[in-house]
Design a protein around this ligand. Structure first.
Ligand code: SF4
Ligand code: SF4
Length: 97
């Protein structure tokens, strides 16, 4: 499992799913729609190991392109959590939690 933080979101990748992924669409999407911080390591898995945490924070645009690409062209390995302040309280108030 790979986890890294961008400015206001957390990217979580089940890299065990990368082994059978033929497209590696996440890295391509990150390069096309963001700054290409997401790479593919020697094992063929999604990785940011070539960057420091600070570089990941600086380069991450929170664009969600990798999640979308992986869901539709990869193996659905990426989850991006974007915390919305006050959302839980809002949902609880309306009985939606
Ligand atoms: S597209 Fe998804 S499954 Fe494929 S390498 Fe990237 S994160 Fe892994
Ligand atoms: S959210 Fe955007 S910038 Fe961040 S890793 Fe995914 S494609 Fe790259």
């Amino acid at each position: 499992m790979l986890e890294f933080a961008e400015k206001s979101c957390k990217v979580r990748i089940d890299t065990s799913k990368c082994d059978t992924c033929e497209t590696k669409a996440c890295a391509e999407a990150c390069k096309k729609y963001a700054r290409g911080l997401l790479g593919i390591d020697e094992q063929g898995r999604a990785s940011v190991a070539h960057l420091t945490d600070e570089e990941v924070l600086r380069l991450g645009t929170e664009c969600l392109a990798c999640e979308f690409a992986c869901k539709f062209r990869g193996n659905d390995a990426i989850t991006i959590e974007v915390p919305v302040k006050g959302l839980d309280e809002y949902l609880e108030k309306r009985g939606l939690l």
